[in-house]
Design a protein around this ligand. Structure first.
Ligand code: COA
Ligand code: AMP
Length: 626
């Protein structure tokens, strides 16, 4: 029997042999002869010269193998009262037709397509259609507002944008089309066509460049597209994620490494094979959605549940149990916040009573730190292993996890268990030396990163190297801090930069600061992430006003909250901005955000000896603690 320890060792001792074996799970058009190109460090490429089509691997080959009638995708939408199952054959038909439609709009191999859609099957169809014709998709999460969308449009320069007329939040309809129109007004780049999926809850007005989804999908309107051959190293998608500055980073995912790594992860981490049912409650706009709603379940020949709703309130905290029972779900994957929300609404899980969830084998949680309390509650409530796993948009699949498909290891509360094969995870001190057990430092991964992880940032190798590979030469800097214990279990304690995690959503305090600083009354500002019982973290803003501003403080505070909501989006969740007299700084002018956060969280805090004026911090302390 293969053991975790043996596989882990093998993956680090001989990565080429390990990932050469794993590559057998993929149907290649030209098999990989070379596994790893390490001639250009610190940039590495997997499977150079090999060719494939990701959509073929996700759909066509399963139909050829006899799975045409098996459910590929189950759309379950409590917010619209819709449930619909798509077999592999039906999904392929839709994807091939939409791919033909994209081709008719002039989209070809290497062109980019931006997708701005909620959790509807058409979002999955659009993504796979891009993969089919070798176009590069970039999905933007629906909770982002025009300014964020415009930045992504200008960076990805899409030939076509695919959008829905609206998304449905429990208490309101979010009209996407006016947000997109505003983003296009702000962006410099102009896409040639906008494809609009009209939803009855808010039908959008169409402009001269807009084409309706249903026009493209009219039977026989365009010929369905076949699979275009791409290089393993060609990009499959770009997914923007928050960095420490206001400018998001375009994470690139390639085709070959991605297909191999996701396939490997389904078998060895998630323990999912053909015919199994996976319910990932996230959003197609996040990496968890890309990997474990869309690509991995389909690459594995499994069934994916696409759930348009919330863990609570659509209609209640029993929604997930209903989905598991009705669709015989084997694996649930979501963020800890979802379970905190369920627990808060239904602490003794009364809504679970009478539900048959016996199909459920494992619950996976990721996206933010899993606090031991939530872990214990989820474990005892569901009676199945609850597996914390740690990763990032950059890696695309887990860095640390309990590899239950390979060998279930003992669980430890507060730890996402051990490094996954392929990842040499070490905790480094500031000089780049690996630290010993229980010593906290920067969590880094020795290069090369395994297949499926980012080869670079979109058209910006320089920024890739500067952001991730320069702090410690030969290592990838994760941006998270933490430690390993004496058994090699990794404990991830939180970001060491200005990225915060709100309800499993990764946000940049830098971009919120940029918005606040843009208000004419603001002289300077700081945004910090403070602890929140439900969402893990919650942003809070502090602003110092320019001299002579006469607007009442309360009015300004409301204006600033609204500004962040309209510029970045509701997802920023910035609900409180305080006008303060001054911000604490070091003598070189750096705002002491970390000390501010520690005071707000009520944990022991350190005041750097380089503080410019300690009385500023004293004056701010009551506001921070309130
Ligand atoms: N489109 C438009 N608006 C959106 C949106 C979307 N796709 N997703 C969220 N929003 C809005 C929400 O409506 C909310 O608006 P409001 O300020 O008017 O209430 C705001 O953005 C904040 O959303 P969220 O942080 O999700 O808070 P919430 O109170 O609506 O829900 C939870 C809280 C815990 C139920 C919810 O965050 C959740 O289900 N989390 C699961 C974690 C998850 O999916 N993480 C993704 C990565 S794995
Ligand atoms: P994202 O790129 O949106 O997936 O966010 C990645 C970040 O979320 C990581 O850098 C961590 O800070 C945090 N994160 C994700 N999963 C975990 C986890 N299991 N434990 C602790 N933090 C996590």
């Amino acid at each position: 029997m293969t053991s975790y320890a043996g596989e882990y060792r093998r993956s680090l001792d001989d990565p080429a042999a390990f990932w050469g074996d794993a590559a057998r799970s993929v149907n290649w058009i030209r098999r990989p002869k070379q596994i790893l190109d390490d001639t250009n460090p610190p940039l590495y490429r997997w499977y150079p010269g090999a060719r494939l089509n990701t959509c073929y691997n996700a759909l066509d080959r399963h139909i050829i193998a006899g799975r045409a009638e098996q459910a590929a995708l189950i759309y379950d939408s409590p917010v619209t009262g819709t449930k619909r199952t798509y077999s592999y054959a039906e999904l392929l038909d839709l994807v091939a037709r939409f791919a033909g439609g994209l081709e008719a709009c002039g989209v070809g191999k290497g062109d980019t397509v931006l997708i701005y859609m909620p959790m509807v099957p058409e979002a999955v169809v659009a993504m796979l259609a891009c993969a089919r014709i070798g176009a590069v998709h970039s999905v933007v999460f629906g909770g982002f507002a025009p300014a964020e969308l415009a930045v992504r449009i200008d960076d990805a320069r899409p030939k076509v944008v695919v959008a829905a007329s609206c998304g449905l939040e429990p208490t309101r309809v979010v009209e996407y089309k006016p947000l997109l129109d505003e983003a296009l007004r702000r962006a410099e780049h102009e896409p040639e066509t906008v494809v609009v999926l009209q939803r009855p809850q808010a039908v959008a007005e169409l402009g001269p460049k807009d084409v309706e989804w249903r026009t493209i999908m009219t039977p026989n309107a365009v010929p369905p597209a076949g699979c275009v051959t791409v290089e393993a190293t060609d990009p499959l998608y770009i997914l923007y994620t928050s960095g420490t500055t206001g400018r998001p980073k375009g994470i690139v995912r390639d085709n070959g490494g991605h297909a191999v790594a996701l396939g490997w992860s389904m078998q060895n981490i998630f323990g999912i094979g053909p015919g199994d049912v996976m319910f990932t409650a996230s959003d197609v706009g996040w990496v968890v959605g890309h990997s474990y709603i869309v690509y991995a379940p389909l690459l594995a020949g499994a069934t994916t549940v696409l759930y348009e709703g919330k863990p609570v309130g659509t209609p209640d905290a029993g929604a997930f149990w209903r989905v598991v029972e009705e669709h015989k779900v084997n694996v649930v994957f979501t963020a800890p916040t979802a379970f905190r929300a369920i627990r808060r609404a239904d602490p003794s899980a009364e809504l679970l009573e009478g539900r048959d969830i016996s199909s459920l084998r494992t619950l996976f949680l990721a996206g933010e730190r899993l606090d031991p309390d939530t872990w214990a509650w989820a474990s005892s409530t569901l009676g199945v292993p609850v597996v914390d796993n740690w990763w990032q948009t950059e890696t695309g699949w887990p860095i640390c996890a309990n590899p239950v498909g390979l060998e279930p290891l003992p669980l430890k509360a507060g730890s996402p268990t051990v490094p996954v094969p392929g990842y040499d995870v070490q905790v480094l001190d500031p000089s780049g030396q690996p630290l010993g057990p229980a010593e906290e430092g920067a969590i880094c991964i020795r290069l090369p990163l395994p297949p499926g992880t980012l080869p670079t940032l979109w058209q910006d190798d320089e920024r890739f190297v500067a952001s991730y590979l320069s702090a410690f030469p030969g290592w990838y800097l994760s941006g998270d801090g933490g430690f390993k214990d004496e058994d090699g279990y990794v404990f991830v304690m939180g970001r060491t930069d200005d990225v915060i995690n709100v309800a499993g959503h990764r946000l940049s305090t830098g971009s919120m600061e940029a918005v606040l600083a843009g208000h004419p009354a603001v002289a300077e500002c700081a945004v910090i992430g403070v602890h929140d019982e439900l969402k893990g973290q919650q942003p809070r803003g502090f602003v110092v006003l320019k001299a002579g501003v006469e607007t009442p403080v309360a009015q300004l505070e409301t204006e600033l909250v609204t500004l962040v909501r309209t510029e970045i989006g509701a997802v920023a969740s910035l609900r409180r901005v305080d006008v303060v007299a001054a911000l604490p700084k070091t003598r070189s002018g750096k705002i002491l955000r970390r000390t501010m956060r520690e005071i707000a969280d009520g944990v022991p805090f350190t005041v750097p000896s380089t503080i410019e004026d300690a009385s500023v911090l004293d004056a701010l302390t009551p506001t921070l603690r309130s």
